[in-house]
Design a binder for this molecule. Structure first.
Ligand SMILES: Cc1ncc(COP(=O)(O)O)c(C=O)c1O
Length: 436
């Protein structure tokens, strides 16, 4: 392929000019590995983009998609249905917290987030609390790239180019503090008090104007920020006290990343809404979903007169291929005990990544479940450049990592072997040693 054949595609979240001058093209995938166009094998230490939880090209999932495509390619979900979407919603609801028995389908994490925000507004309105329109997100939060998601999100580059965004959004402070809690294994002891900032926001606006608080239980895309012990619990207490809904954005944490179906289950904190995507279909067919509490579902549906109760949805909500892929993925996770496997492998990953404590440039390491973040000092005047060089060097030497700013994130498929963790960490150590 000639390099100018790459011109037409405007790639997302990519430096298009540099990429097209030196492209990295993946052409095959199997288990823990990608294959490149140049014929090399790359260990996938990021599960694609935190999404191929059972590894790549799993036969039972691909076959389920093929069968469904041959039987019924598409069916509308507006005023019509097909059995797989109901089956998929039931299966997803089984793994959600008690009292959360309803699932709304979208096609991505971004759509799941915007759906959850709209459902929160619809709930308050149905209750007669129509003044509750404000949202509270968190600095450094990532909730996808639609307008709702970037408004409640807290990553400056994702926000600053796109105007005033949704009105009425405040942000909690993020919870990372390397001075206080650097090199913590698992949840930091320091930082639960940061949840109290919500009380300040409530006193500023009045609880009766706030619809929902949205946070990622673990902030992933912004560089693996692990919640301090007691922090999520505190947010739950404060939101409940003020009648504010709590939304957990579990687009990366659901489906086994922490060794459980959800982070809500792992942390023992039950929100009112949970957004999901990615691992829901093992990333084979796009799908997003919102887990909805019974209280929210029944309030919104019962408040409506004749006709539609929620004026929201997507042409591809509950797409048959996504549902087939989703059911096959959930079966595979269960049959191979992959969540338990993730739990069992987490201490090994923890030990391995923390062995990089003395590696060149490393200023913090953090981890929980099968997620780890390794933060590097930034090069003077060139933030992000050092980690990007590490990313390229690793890729050229058989290892796929993810970088955000100067932070390396590892989130391997749950099928990773100990020897593959060793390979990833050894390769990182070598690459860091030669990185300027
Ligand atoms: C927590 C979280 N929310 C939302 C999204 C957006 O998902 P998508 O890229 O499928 O729209 C992501 C993607 O990484 C995410 O990590």
């Amino acid at each position: 392929m000639l390099s100018n054949d790459l011109d037409a595609y405007w790639m997302p979240f990519t430096d298009n000019r540099s990429f097209k001058a030196d492209p990295r093209l993946l052409v095959s995938a199997d288990g823990m590995y990608y294959g490149t166009q140049a014929g090399t094998k790359i260990l996938d230490a990021t599960a694609g983009l935190w999404c191929s939880n059972a590894g790549h090209n799993r036969k039972s999932i691909t076959e389920a998609i093929q069968r469904q495509a041959a039987e019924m390619d598409y069916a509308p979900n507006f005023q019509l249905g097909h059995p797989l979407s109901f089956a998929m919603a039931s299966r997803v609801s089984e793994m959600l917290p008690d009292g959360m028995d309803h699932v709304f389908f979208a096609n991505s994490g971004s759509e799941a987030v915007d759906s959850a925000l709209k459902i929160a507004l619809a709930y308050h309105r149905a209750k007669g609390d129509a003044a509750r329109t404000r949202f509270v997100g968190r600095e450094r939060g990532y909730h996808g790239t639609n307008f709702g998601g970037i408004s409640v999100g807290g990553i400056v580059n994702n926000r600053k180019h796109f105007g005033p965004l949704l009105p009425g959004v405040d942000h909690l402070p993020h919870t990372l503090n390397i001075e206080q809690a650097g090199f913590t294994r698992g949840q930091p002891e320091w930082g639960a008090h940061l949840a109290e900032e919500l009380e300040r926001i409530v006193s500023l606006h009045g609880a009766e104007t706030i619809a929902a608080v949205i946070v990622e239980p673990i902030a992933g895309s912004t560089g693996v920020l692990i919640p301090p012990k007691g922090y999520l619990e505190r947010l739950r207490v404060i939101t409940k006290k003020h009648g504010i809904l709590l939304i957990f954005d579990e687009v990366i944490t659901a489906f086994g990343r922490l060794g459980r179906g959800t982070a809500a289950d792992f942390f023992g904190v039950t929100p009112d809404l949970i957004t999901m995507a990615k691992g829901i279909t093992n990333a084979t067919v796009p799908m997003g979903a919102v887990g909805v509490s019974n209280e929210i579902y029944s309030t919104v549906t019962n408040a409506a007169g004749f006709g539609i109760e929620l004026f929201h949805g997507y042409t591809y909500s509950g797409h048959p291929l996504a549902c087939a892929a989703g059911l096959a993925s959930l079966n595979l996770y269960r049959d191979e005990g992959l969540y338990e496997r993730a739990s069992a492998m987490a201490p090994y990953l923890e030990e391995a990544v923390h062995s990089l404590v003395d590696a060149k440039h490393v200023i913090d390491i953090r981890n929980l479940g099968l997620v780890a973040g390794i933060e590097l000092s930034a090069r003077d005047g060139e933030p992000g450049r050092r980690a990007m060089n590490v990313f390229h060097d690793c890729f050229d030497n058989g290892l796929l990592i993810r970088v955000t700013g100067d932070i390396i994130a590892l989130s391997p498929p749950l099928i990773i072997e100990k020897s593959q963790i060793d390979f990833a960490v050894d390769r990182l150590r070598e690459v860091l040693a030669r990185t300027q």
